[in-house]
Design a protein around this ligand. Structure first.
Ligand code: NDP
Length: 339
């Protein structure tokens, strides 16, 4: 059983040597003593930015830091191989929170949910647009920002797993949609495939304040914050009165020991801005309506979903490092096995 092992807590940039692939003996059986345990074969694993925070020793959130010497874990799509749990049978496809390895025992079947395969959508979508990143976009846009037709929304990391959906859902809600991303390829995608009205490359237009003035001529009513740092500072200067900011993530800060200071928070007062952090996990009650609505939109081809799929558990480390350095184009996926 190949596994991705966390070597030690990371300070600064993650690199290839912080994770390693180890092979252990595999026995396709369930432990004698475990009740309701399920053995799954992992098909798709989901490298996600929050996993970088779990590499810090002092990380405190709703999931614990990784343990040195043990496999890392995260969202996945798996297939049931053996089950002592009446809720799951051999051959079921499930969404899971699973270790990064080929086969996993899920104690008590905890966290597994059966996927309705009659919907015939790609299984990997269940860690993307129909999974945690999709749900994040949904919660952030509808619950936190509460868009009104005709408003301007600005989205950073706009072509990523979350951002590409925020833009398309915002367009469906009748907004003027502005995005930024880190390469020309991503900018083209935003404008040509992902419904963004305009988009700019923040690595080329480095005067963010000037760029936002140019691309948001009517100012910003809503900011879907994925990056933080200097971008947030420039956004604050360009927010309209009574604007809203949904703080989803601050990826530009995750690998910094000293976060960039924000020097213009007084804008929150002068422009009466509401800025609210959120965690998708707090809104689990919205999961059923999310899935129903997004499946409907998918069938009606109201949105597209771009994935960047790397294959094989050996590619795990590279895929994770790539995600954090902006090398992914669309949702980063790790395909571990074909069925
Ligand atoms: P993405 O698919 O967007 O991948 C990460 C992207 O971030 C990279 O491709 C890169 O795109 C961009 N990026 C990396 N470093 C920097 C940097 N220094 N400055 C600016 N951009 C950078 O990831 P997700 O869509 O999965 O996640 C987006 C954000 O949402 C993250 O901050 C994440 O932590 C957060 N999140 C929050 C959740 C919540 O519940 N609050 C749940 C899920 C995600 P580019 O080339 O454009 O720079």
């Amino acid at each position: 059983n190949k596994q991705v092992i966390f070597k030690n807590y990371v300070v600064g940039k993650v690199n290839d040597s912080d994770l390693e692939i180890r092979t252990s003996q595999l026995r396709l059986e369930l432990p004698e003593d475990g009740t309701n345990d399920v053995l799954v074969k992992n098909l798709y694993l989901s490298p996600d930015p929050y996993m970088r925070s779990r590499m810090k020793e002092d990380y405190t959130s709703y999931v614990p830091p990784f343990t040195p010497g043990k496999p890392i874990d995260g969202y996945g799509v798996s297939k049931v191989v053996l089950s002592k749990n009446p809720a799951f049978k051999e051959g079921d496809y499930v969404t899971s929170f699973t270790r990064w390895e080929e086969y996993s025992v899920i104690p008590g079947g905890n966290g597994l949910k059966v996927i309705d395969t009659s919907e015939s959508v790609p299984l990997s979508y269940y860690v993307g647009c129909l999974g945690m990143p999709g749900f994040t976009a949904y919660v952030g846009l509808y619950e936190i920002l509460k868009p009104k037709q005709g408003e301007t929304i600005y989205v950073s990391a706009a072509s990523g797993a979350v951002g590409q959906l925020v833009g398309q859902l915002a367009k469906l809600a009748g907004l003027y949609v502005v995005g930024s991303a880190g390469s020309q390829q991503k900018i083209d995608l935003l404008k040509e495939k992902l419904g963004y009205d305009v988009a700019f490359n923040y690595k080329q237009e480095t005067d963010y304040n000037a760029a936002l003035k140019k691309y948001c001529p009517k100012g910003i009513d809503m900011y879907f914050e994925n990056v933080g740092g200097k971008m947030l500072e420039a956004v604050l200067d360009n927010m309209n009165k009574f604007g809203r900011i949904a703080v989803c993530g601050l990826i530009s800060q995750y690998e910094k020991e000293n976060s960039d200071g924000i020097h213009n928070l007084s804008r929150l007062i002068s422009a009466r801005i509401t800025m609210r952090g959120f965690l998708q996990a707090d809104h689990a009650n919205l999961q059923p309506e999310f899935l129903q609505k997004m499946l409907g939109y998918l069938k009606e081809k109201k949105f597209v979903y771009i994935e960047d799929i790397d294959e094989g558990l050996e590619s795990a480390v590279g895929a994770f490092v790539k995600l954090l350095s902006g090398g992914n184009v669309g949702k980063q996926i790790l395909k571990v096995a074909t069925d």
